[in-house]
Design a protein around this ligand. Structure first.
Ligand code: SF4
Length: 189
């Protein structure tokens, strides 16, 4: 029987979370997925980047942020001065929505226990929300200002910046993104 309580998932650890995600049928996306995309990076990071959902490349490979958006994310991580032990990358939902449409609210909610358990186990100081879908999963309908940090219950700080995919076609935003990062370096340095 599937484990869906966050506390049980946390107690069982990363391996069980991975197994549960692999067998999950809790939303319609399991019908069209090729590979579920779970995480990459450190298991005890200072910073966790939370993306939206797997795209075509991620669905084919099972690796988060491995296409053009991934190159932009790598550039951001380098600009932030983070080393490989400092960060992890996960997505709000683990299965690709058909034709890369935005995840539905019911899909975000169905996948949320996995996201919450991953965050509990990773225990970051800072959670970087890469765009609006990640914000929906963490902020319960509230909108954060871009680049304005929000401490949460003394546990971690949320920071919303642009999704790396949004920088592919709007190169002018890279400078804007870099200034959002510069204003918040104290959070991870
Ligand atoms: S997106 Fe999440 S909730 Fe939906 S089937 Fe995949 S793992 Fe399960």
């Amino acid at each position: 029987m599937a484990i869906r309580s966050v506390s049980e998932l946390v107690e069982q650890g990363f391996k069980v979370i991975e197994k549960e995600i692999m067998g999950c049928t809790d939303c319609q996306l399991h019908e069209t997925v090729t590979n579920r995309v779970i995480s990459k990076g450190s298991t005890s990071p200072k910073v966790v980047f939370v993306g939206e959902a797997p795209g075509k490349n991620e669905d084919e490979s099972g690796i988060p942020f491995c296409g053009r958006a991934g190159k932009n994310l790598d550039g951001m991580i380098e600009y932030m001065g983070l080393s490989v032990d400092d960060y992890a990358v996960i997505n709000t939902i683990k299965c690709r929505p058909p034709k890369n449409r935005n995840p539905l609210k019911c899909e975000i909610n169905a996948c949320k226990p996995f996201l919450q358990a991953q965050i509990e186990l990773l225990g970051p100081k800072v959670i970087i929300l890469l765009g609006n879908t990640a914000e929906k999963a963490f902020c319960n309908g509230e909108k954060l200002d871009w680049g304005v940090p929000r401490p949460v219950d003394g546990k971690y700080t949320l920071l919303k910046i642009y999704h790396p995919a949004a920088l592919i076609y709007q190169r002018s935003r890279i400078e804007e993104q870099n200034s959002l990062i510069d204003n918040n370096r104290h959070l991870w340095e």
